[in-house]
Every structure is written in structure tokens, then in C-alpha cells.
Design a protein around this ligand. Sequence first.
Ligand code: S3P
Length: 441
Amino acid sequence: MPHPLPSPREITASGPLKGRVTVPGDKSISHRSLMLSALAVGESRISWLLEGEDVLATAAAMRSMGADIERGADGVWRVHGVGVGGLLQPQAALEMGNSGTSTRLLMGLIASHGITATFTGDASLSKRPMGRVIEPLSKMGAEFTASPGGRLPLMLRGINPAVPIAYTLPVASAQVKSAVLLAGLNTPGITRVIEPVATRDHSERMLRGFGAELTVEESPAGKIISIRGEAELKPQEIVVPGDPSSAAFLVVAATIVPGSDIVVENVGLNPTRAGIFTALRLMGASIEEVNPREVGGEPVADLRVRHASLTAIEVPGELAPSMIDEYPALFVAAAFAHGRTVARGAHELRVKESDRIAAMAAALGACGVETEEFEDGLAVLGRGGDPIAGGATIATHLDHRVAMSLAVAALNAKAPVTLDDASPVATSYPAFFDQLAQLQA
Ligand code: S3P
């Protein structure tokens, strides 16, 4: 999947945001829906699947390993799976584009199949560490030939039968947890993951929903998640809830643009994901949950968000796992708060689609916002709600969330902000600029 040419985009300040939009499907849940449907025998149907580049990379990979995946004219995706253990040898490299989730979860799935796969990615993904998945999957018997530093491109030789392990996560990562659990699906016996710090639990919920035998126990060492292998998955009807990570940009936009009053519909509020809304509320944001309900086994609500005056906080470190993707948006909110917001304990931000601490410090700095970088976080000196200077061209570093964060900051800037490349937005939220325009109309 060659990356498109850079697509610069200028964003100018906005009047109040008004109206309602429905955020697209959750990226994490969309990946998992396709992977598990592709392993169930029979037809699964997936509604509100996120049709972003990252998820399409997962769909293409599952197709190349034998699953039949089609999008119907009604927008519902129909998947005929191959059965657990039934993945076929792909005939070409698996092109993962920008998607760390596709890469790490598929490495897990393939590790316990007797097939070989080569993974390639774009310049951003090729810099990201894969050693964290290679380590446990090697313990299960898979073999890897990776590029220096444990990076892509890499070749994975899976093994069947693989060896069940009990693995304590050295880093709070749902991708690593999921990789081991997915490898465990086709491994005889019981595979265990011990999770000292809780991360998003979509894999656990969905594996259970598909009929796998999976238990979660609390222990002094953390959550112990056990999966019985050689499972048989039953096809499902899935409705993907809206993505809180995408919603976060609109929520911050309405919060920082005076006069705004919007409703973001269908926002997934799984507690392992909703930390950003807690943090914003601590700063004084006005976020009201309307019509709480369940979609696809996940809590969901519509969020009514009104402009608010924000006060700086020290972001509680324990929120980090439940808002790890939302720090860039939070840093933008902090730029409009009264006082100095400090976020520490988020070292993982250094190894996302970009080094988000450095990228956001540089981007906000270029827009006239003072920051201080720490190895594990960032302090942002807020301007008390006054517009930021803007008037800069921002390096987005192939990072969708850096691009969207600065697009939001630009809505309350004195001079236009130019993104050097807005194309990465299509990885997770292709409708972002259209939905923003809709709220501005
Ligand atoms: C994800 C887990 C997180 C998150 C990523 C999606 C997932 O990554 O940042 O966007 O779907 O499991 P880590 O596992 O690296 O924390």
C-alpha cells in the first residue's frame, strides 16, 4: 500500500461549532471484528465498521489468508471465516501501511499457524518497536527475522502446535496482550496473560462473544487473563460502537471554540478507553452523557459538549492507559486552559505513530504555545482561553492524531495553521474534515 503524496492543508479559525455528528466505528473494535470473524466458520456480519486505511489493511491481510470478506451495498460487511487454525499461507507480503494494531495482532494470530508471513509498513510503522510482541511469541515457538532493532520489515515463521505460556506484560499494551491471546486461540492448553496495569479490554470481550473460553481473574499481580486454545469460534452479528478516540477531537474542538454547543453521537465509553473525558472534566469541560445504552456489548452514549473555560491540571498518571491515544488532543485543550497542565507517566507516547511528545511540543511551540518536554510527558502553558498565535506549518510525521490535534487547535488561532500532510487522517477518521465542516456550517 504505497502512501499517497503528502497533502498539505490549511485550517483557519472557526466560529462556534453547532449541530450533531455521529462518529465512525471504533478502530480497535473494527480490527478485532474482522480478525475474529475471519476465524469463525460461517457468516459474520459487521455494521458500522470503521472504513479507514488501518482497518482496510487488516481486511486485506485476512483475505490473503483465506477469509472471504465483502462490503455489501448496505454498508454491512459480510465475512466467511476459515476456522481457528485454518489460516492459509499468504502469497505476498502483508502490507500493514501505518497500522501498528494490524501488525501486532496479526503477528499473534499467525504465530500459532504453520505459515510464514512477511510484514511491511510505511516509514512511521517501520520505526516502531516489534520486540515487545516478538518476545512472547518466540516463547510460544514462533520464529522471527526482523530488521535491526526488532522492526519491520520482518518475517514470521509460525508454528503449529505452539506452546502455551503465562506471560506478564512488561509494558501496558493492549496490542501485546491481544497478540498473545490471539496466538493462544490456536494453541493447545491454556495461554495466560498477566496484566499489572489494565489496558483496553476489547479482545477479551470479543473473544468471549465469539464463544472462546476466556476467564479474567483479579490477583495481587494484576488481571490474569486465561484463554483455552483450539477454540471454535461461532459467527456473530456485530455492531461496532463509535470511536471515543475520534470523538475526542470534536469534544476538544467544541470545548475550546467559544459559543460551541454540539452533540457527538454514539461514543463508546468503555472505561478502559474513556480517560480523556475524565481528564477534560477535571479541567472544567462541559461534557454531558445523553441516552446511555449498549452497542455491541460496549457502553455507549451521545455526548453534548459546550464551550467551557478550562483550568490546568496535573493529569492523573493512572488515567494514562485509558487515554493513551488522546494525549495529543489533551495537549491542545491544555493550550487553552488557565495555568500549566502537566502530563507525566506516558512514556509510551514516544513510540506511537510518531514520537508524540516531541511532535506535539514542536507543533504547539510553532503555534506560539510554551511547552516543556519530559522523557515521559509534556507540560503545556495554557493561554487562558485566548486564541493561540498559529501562523505556522506543522510537521505531522505520518501521525493522524498529531494532524487532527493541530487541525483542532487551528480553530481558535489568530493566523491559519498549515498541516504539512493531512493524508494520515485517513488511517483512522476519513470523515474528520467533513464532519468538522458540518459542525461549522
Ligand atoms: C490499541 C492499543 C494501543 C493504542 C492503539 C490501539 C489496540 O496501543 O495506542 O491505538 O487496538 O489494541 P498499545 O498496545 O501499543 O498501547
